[in-house]
Design a protein around this ligand. Structure first.
Ligand code: SF4
Length: 432
């Protein structure tokens, strides 16, 4: 979502005369769009500001802006602690960034703008075209979260669930496709909680997918990140009915232990999660699933951990993320007693080794097979290209006749844990 927000911030500041520069030292304005999910996010921001200060020691000071979730969480404290910062703006207020900069330039007065003004934000953003022209682009449809998992800061930094209007989203999707975008990734902190009412009609994520599926020049649709509780039948059936919806889903479970899931306030148990996977596989046999895992959540026993290993084996997850639990200030879990770090590290290694085996097996299954790849870009100074399979697997391939944005048949010849390698089957009929 930060990538989407950063691009939109760039669209906004372009309207007041700012351009991107690759040369940091010539910048008039320095903006850090921050994320609060990872450990020590706040300290990393101050470290970065330290580097900027050093770089600009003998130069004209740039306007320094901190945006995103760290700005939301820390607010005015950031300016108090580091007066080199000029503007602090939260993720639901960044539509005001142009005015904030102009105001600051006039008055030289520090600004803290951290209101939850999400409706206004999307109304304002609608007036500025989304100029992303990457082959695969993000499109935010929903923000915030009402789930309040005990380890997570999102409900506090992004606020309550808010769904953009159906019309706004479809119009932005058409613009993106006209700009050359071939794949749209619908985004939300809780993307499948998308829920918008207008004229007695209820629009859900499934309504958006069905509508996007009709856009002729659009080739692929994905969405992220989903909560298991919101994997409703209508959404699951999209995997059967919408040919452009790719057969890959990132569905975080966090733990395979019912006791830990309860303590995390996840609102689902292991049985329910497995029932969702079963329904998905009933409508789309080849669907592949990735997930997130938190290892060493406070109170996690050996048995709880083994339950997580058990579900990994049952589902055969690919491309998953795993971390040791680390407390986020202000969340209920941050008040709990931490498990031994040494034990947690051992568990994480074990879990990641198992995930790695599934990932390698997944990649090896491609060898000598031909698969459909959406070509995203050419690698710098090489006759090699980068694209992704229908299942999101990254592919690096050789070709001397390749067009960015096309779906091509690629013969996979080798792999490592992260990438597939192959070549373009020039003589095969390519998918237009
Ligand atoms: S559902 Fe996701 S975003 Fe919402 S609180 Fe839980 S982990 Fe955070």
């Amino acid at each position: 979502m930060n990538e989407y927000d950063s691009n939109r911030i760039y669209d906004l500041v372009s309207t007041i005369g700012f351009n991107k520069t690759e040369n940091k030292k010539e910048a008039d304005c320095f903006l850090l769009n921050t994320c609060h999910i990872r450990k020590k996010a706040t300290e990393k921001v101050y470290d970065e500001i330290g580097r900027v200060k050093k770089d600009f020691r003998n130069l004209k000071k740039p306007i320094v802006i901190i945006s995103g979730c760290v700005a939301q969480a820390e607010s005015i404290e950031m300016i108090k602690r580091e007066p080199y910062i000029d503007i602090v703006v939260g993720p639901q207020s960044y539509h005001k960034i142009g005015d904030l900069i102009l105001d600051y330039k006039r008055k030289r007065k520090k600004v803290n703008e951290t209101e939850f003004d999400v409706v206004k934000k999307f109304d304002e953003l609608e007036k500025i075209p989304n100029l992303q022209n990457k082959i695969s682009s993000y499109l935010t449809i929903q923000e915030g979260c009402d789930k309040f998992c005990h380890f997570c800061v999102v409900p506090y930094t992004r606020g309550p669930e808010y769904s953009r209007t159906f019309k706004q989203i479809i119009s932005e999707a058409h613009n993106l496709v006209e700009n050359g975008v071939k794949e749209i990734v619908l985004l939300g902190q809780n993307v499948n909680a998308y829920n918008f009412f207008e004229n007695n009609k209820n629009y859900k994520l499934s309504s958006l997918i069905k509508e996007l599926n009709n856009i002729k020049k659009l080739k692929r649709i994905r969405f992220t990140t989903s909560h298991p509780k919101d994997m409703t039948e209508d959404l699951i059936n999209c995997y059967r009915d919408c040919d452009k919806l790719m057969p890959f889903l990132h569905l975080p479970i966090q733990s395979g232990s019912d006791q830990i899931l309860k303590s995390m306030n996840r609102k689902h148990d292991k049985k329910y999660y497995l029932s969702v996977i079963e329904k998905l596989r009933n409508v789309r046999k080849d669907i592949k699933i990735s997930s997130d895992f938190i290892v060493g959540y406070p109170g996690e026993t050996e048995k709880d951990f083994e339950d997580t290993i058990d579900i990994i084996k049952k589902v055969s997850f690919i491309n998953s993320y795993s971390f040791i639990f680390s407390p986020r200030p202000g969340t209920p879990a941050s008040a709990k007693t931490l498990n031994s770090l040494k034990e947690n590290e051992k568990k994480l290694i074990k879990l990641q080794n198992i995930l790695e085996k599934f990932q390698i097996k997944n990649n090896e299954n491609y060898i000598q097979q031909t698969c459909e790849v959406l070509v995203e870009n050419k690698l710098k100074n090489q006759e090699r290209y980068f694209g992704r399979t229908r299942f999101m697997d990254p592919v690096i391939f050789e070709s001397n006749n390749c067009e960015i944005g096309r779906l091509l048949d690629i013969k996979i010849t080798s792999c490592n844990q992260k990438n597939l390698f192959g070549h373009h089957q020039i003589n095969r009929k390519n998918v237009a």
